[in-house]
Design a protein around this ligand. Sequence first.
Ligand code: P5A
Length: 435
Amino acid sequence: MRLSRAFLPTLKETPAEAQIVSHRLMLRAGLVRQTSAGIYAWLPMGLRALQKVGQIVREEQDRAGAQEILMPTIQSAELWRQSGRYDAYGPEMLRLKDRHERDMLFGPTNEEMVTDIFRSYAKSYRDLPRNLYHIQWKFRDEVRPRFGVMRGREFLMKDAYSFDLTKEGAEHSYRQMFLAYLRTFARMGLKAIPMRADTGPIGGNLSHEFIILAETGESQVFVSRTLLDMDPLAEAPDYDGDLKPLVEAWTSHYAATDEMHEPLAWEKLPEAERVSARGIEVGHIFYFGTKYSAPMGLSVQGADGQAVVPEMGSYGIGVSRLVGAIIEANHDEAGIRWPDAVAPFRAAVLNLKPGDGACDALCDKIYAALGADAVYDDRADRAGVKFADADLMGHPWQVIVGPRGAAANKVELKRRQTGERHEVSPEDALGKIRG
Ligand code: P5A
């Protein structure tokens, strides 16, 4: 992407409405543009980050054995009347009428719809267990949309739904998602800690939120220090193996959101173990048994011929919120510092003197070798502007090409995460960037 032709707008001024750093940087680096309260258009840079985050989520869901589908955003109120949630959901639900005066809604979540789809096909015990997920926009008419994409009204969620024949089976499905979440967030360079959580309008009695610690987080959390040092990528059994020990290794230590906090148990922990902090909820998983399958009449024939009502769980990840959360965890005064795995572009080539024959030739060569995952700053701007924009946009690598270096076939390679800069040959720069 040549910056001289790209739509990658940046803002010099800090937007007044943005209260937290990730929101400010998302606006300044041109990732998103607010179009109504809590509703955002994703610009090219932001969309690339959103897609990278979504792809990691997808790969880890697939690896855990879930299958991707795509359900619509608009749902019929009828299904929600069957589960009893249509009236219970309240003003957060955006309700619509079609031209025939039928009640419709913009889905805030999909438990009802997926149960309806599944009940149309699942007939016998052989059709279970199954786990279906999609990555789709949701709408919740939040009272206080704020912090940009962190608490939007329209937001992108990955939601998975598991169907099992038994409670034990459902617990296994829950643990599979638990493990998939540990892996998903670790791949994005985030330390997300599973904490006992309230189930709210989704329901059920077993639930964990995955929370990353951040001063600007909306949730108050209480977590044992041991968990902060635990390795989420430590050797884990295969998804079909016994995942109970792994999950218990996490859940046997104290970690709870405000709603589930037990001060008496907490105070028994040694002082040095107690971390009370703010956090951002990036994922939330639920086991709710037959809460939707029973009222909606989902049942299959068991091996013994008797009808079985499947046990269900649902598993959410805030895909658009994650883009904000990743920036909240990876920035400095100059701008974003994207972790490699989710960076919109892996590298930027900075031509400090467009029009200089040697600079242009070397930049063209490097840019061609890097391919689509790079931006090329070929604009006729001052070097200072290019440095500032590259730091603001936060590409993990910058290849800086000036006339003196170019004449000697040298470039400067800068690592955004650490600020380290080295003069190297173009080949060495390419080697480093490719990893
Ligand atoms: C689980 C999947 C559910 O909706 N049903 C399907 C269950 N859970 S949840 O906790 O309510 O939401 C899942 C994740 O979505 C993100 N999220 C949001 N992101 C941005 N703006 C919002 N207003 C918003 N609300 C929820 C969170 O990451 C949450 O964990």
